[in-house]
Design a protein around this ligand. Structure first.
Ligand code: PPS
Length: 573
């Protein structure tokens, strides 16, 4: 690329004029409408603003097949990622090619009209193999493809009515044309972009600054704020972190802009896609690292892609893409020289001390409230990360007791609550089976469906408590393992989930029969009674299993406390 040829002329968008959009909006109200999913909203935004140029809409079957098979649209242009509108079978049945449909955001605002010219059933296994290199659902995009995306794809051109609404960080969001205009205004011709979904630490700051210096280019920090890998630091926190790092660059040479992209973690193909998107944003150079947009390990514990596959594929298409790759340098801190250096440029490796903190180690230190040295990150970044991710001993968590009726769940849960309240520090709520059935689930019975609803409600309340830094203690029977696992997943986004099996045998519960229910169940006067006439899945891997037959309640509660302590959930002040 010759930077002098980077004329930064506006790129074509799919929006109609303001006047037409007002008219279209009224007309579109009568059309059949599709409520876009969060990922589809991200895709639509970049389609409409030219970020996905040359695409003019969601892929038709012919374009889709070309993209899946050989990364090319039917007209031969390079495009590595299927941008498709997946819908449910029920919706697809109502649509005929030739029909216009309104695309709405999650609040019902009409964003665009899709003129459907194609309706087709994708071969998802094939798509997974070709695009993501594997049909393994441990890959987040393969999981999405099989378990979230609808079975039918609609293709056709888009008429853009309005941008998706964002209330956060509006000043930091730019369309391709806004960035192009900004670069034009500042006289920037050569621009190197850095793509990221993680907070920036010193090594990233060093490598991006170095990349810009080496190509004598201006620097665009271009973080993804659409959808990234599940489990990533949320974008609100990240943007506050980026803002803190921005000060470390010379203001006249560097800028930051937020990209509403929904990543697929597709490694090599994703790198090419990222390059094309940056090219559309007026960028001339793009940093590609080791394992760019890597999805982590597959279900056999191996990497999905080779560490340099992304760089190789990018290099292969670089000339055609019109954006130059800048290979990312792996930067490490050399203690003796108190500076970052690219690891492959250190000649005296065996004479110096090389320091590095891995992502896993960083997460461990944050979780345990341990020191994060100044050579590793910036004070303000660490402060933001600690604010969102306090150490485990200050985060919320959930203790989930499960076991037969009369096993002693409520008694132990009560004892635990009192002990936690004696320690103080976090608000504690007991969601006992009976309390919940009175206040949240009074209309429910004991069918599988009703029990599941009951447990999901408990899980929802516990996840909100956990998110807000409190302690939720739950004590339902919760007989189904799959439902308990779903609740675990809800809660683990926000804090620890401690499953405690109160393992009192059914014989013992029946012998105690504290409420006289077992007798009634045996006589058939209570139906679907857990352990007598209804199933109970014994927890396979609970954090703790309690034997109440030989041990008293107080000691059971103590065991839970000790478990919490060993998990780092309770600590001295
Ligand atoms: S569940 O399965 O988790 O939704 O059950 P839960 O909300 O914990 O409610 C269990 C309490 O309801 C009483 N009860 C029954 N239990 C099991 N099976 C049947 N059919 C049933 N009918 C009423 C029983 O007293 C349980 O109380 P606990 O506190 O477990 O002893």
């Amino acid at each position: 690329t010759n930077p002098m040829q980077n004329n930064l002329a506006p790129i074509s968008e799919l929006y109609v004029s303001y006047e037409s959009s007002q008219k279209l909006k009224v007309e579109a109200a009568d059309l059949v409408s599709w409520d876009l999913t969060p990922r589809q909203i991200c895709d639509l935004e970049l389609l409409m603003n030219g970020g996905f140029s040359p695409l003019k809409g969601f892929l038709s079957e012919e374009d889709y097949n070309g993209v899946v098979e050989n990364m090319r649209l039917a007209d031969g242009s390079l495009w590595p990622m299927p941008i498709t509108l997946d819908v449910s079978q029920g919706f697809a049945d109502k649509i005929e090619p030739g029909q216009d449909i309104a695309l709405r955001d999650q609040e019902g605002v009409i964003l665009a009209i899709l003129s459907v010219d194609d309706k087709f059933l994708p071969n998802k296994a094939r798509e997974a193999e070709k695009v993501f290199g594997s049909d393994d659902e441990a890959h987040p995009a393969v999981n999405y493809l099989h378990n979230v995306a609808g079975p039918v794809y609609l293709g056709g051109p888009i008429t853009g009515i309005q941008q998706p609404v964002h209330y956060d960080f509006r000043a930091r969001r730019d369309t391709p044309n806004e960035l192009r205009a900004y670069f034009r205004k500042l006289g920037w011709r050569k621009i190197v972009a850095f793509q990221t979904r993680n907070p920036l630490h010193r090594a990233h700051q060093e490598l991006t600054f170095r990349a810009a210096k080496e190509c004598q280019a201006n620097l665009l920090i271009h973080p993804v704020v659409g959808m990234t890998k599940p489990g990533d630091v949320d974008h609100f926190t990240r943007v506050r972190c980026y803002e803190a790092v921005l000060d470390k660059y010379p203001a006249a040479t560097t800028t930051m802009s937020l990209l509403p992209l929904a990543m697929r973690m597709a490694g090599p193909r994703e790198a090419v896609w990222h390059g094309l998107i940056r090219k559309n944003h007026g960028v001339t150079h793009f940093i590609v690292g080791r394992d760019h947009a890597g999805p982590g390990k597959n279900s056999a514990g191996e990497d999905f892609y080779g560490p340099y596959d992304a760089q190789d594929l990018f290099r292969e298409h670089e000339a055609e893409m019109g954006i130059e790759m800048v290979p990312f340098k792996h930067m490490v801190f050399v203690q003796e020289r108190a500076q970052y250096e690219p690891i492959d440029e250190i000649a005296d490796k065996d004479k110096v001390t090389i320091l590095n903190i891995s992502g896993t180690e960083l997460r461990r230190r944050l979780a345990e409230g341990l020191e994060i040295p100044d050579w590793f990150s910036f004070k303000d970044v660490v402060k933001e990360l600690r604010r969102t991710k306090p150490p485990r001993s200050k985060q919320g968590f959930t203790v989930f007791f499960t076991g037969f009726s009369g096993s002693g769940k409520s008694t132990i849960a009560n004892a635990l609550m009192v002990k936690l309240m004696e320690m103080g520090g976090r608000p504690t709520t007991l969601l006992d089976g009976d309390i919940v059935r009175k206040n949240l689930s009074s209309e429910l019975g004991f069918s599988k469906e009703h029990r599941d609803l009951n447990i999901r409600r408990i899980g929802y309340v516990a996840s909100e408590i956990t998110k807000n830094g409190g302690i939720a203690i739950c004590a339902p029977i919760a007989p189904y393992a799959t439902t308990r696992r779903a609740v675990r997943e809800d809660i683990e986004q926000y804090g620890a989930f401690v499953e405690v099996h109160v393992a009192t045998s059914i014989e013992e519960c029946e012998k105690r029969d504290r409420k006289g229910l077992y007798k009634l169940a045996r006589e058939g006067k209570i139906k679907e009674f857990t352990g007598i006439s209804d199933p109970y899945d014994v927890p396979a891997n609970p954090e703790l299993s309690l034997d109440t037959e030989t041990v008293d309640v107080d000691y059971c509660a103590q065991q839970v406390l000790l478990k919490l302590e060993s998990m780092g959930l309770i600590a001295g002040s």
